[in-house]
Design a protein around this ligand. Structure first.
Ligand SMILES: [Fe+2]
Length: 205
């Protein structure tokens, strides 16, 4: 049985309002958990990990498992603006090997963030924009529709599945109460609450 994860914070306001968090986490994510538990009962997927289910399923099971995995990675990568120092003029930023790799591939952190926002803004319809890495530690930005996740994908010419590092949810339920149709403005605000320590752990794991 899958359970709703605990959140590592009580609020992410004002970047994400308490109302949005309450619906997004308490209603949408809870529904994916309840749906998946019903769908996999008595099937080959019962007792499997979310990643295994996402890699091997289709249809409703894939959609609900994917959305749980996506939202778990999404909700656990944030902290309050105060905790990550993202309330003032400067944004929280990665350090160490992740920053080095970003600068190697994009030149600057700002250039990476601009492309990430642009890919999130231009993704048609509901989905997710991801920072992902391959087995060689090379980064790329992926646009995925619906419930899709990098773990379900293998880059051409490679064998291992992509690993998800950072994600912004561009389903309207993630921002519409707070930002209405201003998806780009919402994505820009999210940098204020990114917990780069979590992202770096995902990258080096
Ligand atoms: Fe969502």
């Amino acid at each position: 049985m899958f359970k709703l994860i605990d959140l590592p914070y009580a609020s992410l306001a004002p970047v994400i309002s308490d109302e949005t968090l309450s619906f997004h986490y308490g209603k949408h994510l809870q529904a994916y958990v309840d749906n998946l538990n019903k769908l996999i009962a008595g099937t080959e997927f019962e007792g499997k990990s979310l990643e295994d289910i996402v890699k091997n399923s289709t249809g409703a099971i894939f959609n609900n498992a994917g959305q749980i995995l996506n939202h778990e990675l999404y909700f656990t990568q944030f902290k309050t603006p105060d905790q990550v120092g993202g309330n003032g003029a400067s944004l929280p930023a990665p350090t160490g090997n992740l920053l080095k790799q970003i600068e190697k591939q994009w030149g600057t952190l700002d250039a990476f963030m601009a492309e990430f926002e642009q890919k999130g803004t231009t993704l048609f319809g509901s989905g997710w924009v991801w920072l992902q890495t391959n087995a060689d530690g090379e980064l790329s930005i992926g646009q995925y529709a619906g419930a899709d996740n990098p773990v379900a994908h293998v880059m051409p010419g490679q064998t291992g599945h992509l690993k998800p590092i950072l994600t912004f949810d561009v389903w309207e339920h993630a921002y519409y109460l707070d930002y209405q149709n201003r998806r780009a403005a919402h994505l820009k605000e999210l940098w204020k609450i990114v917990d780069w320590e979590v992202i770096e752990k995902r990258f080096t794991k």
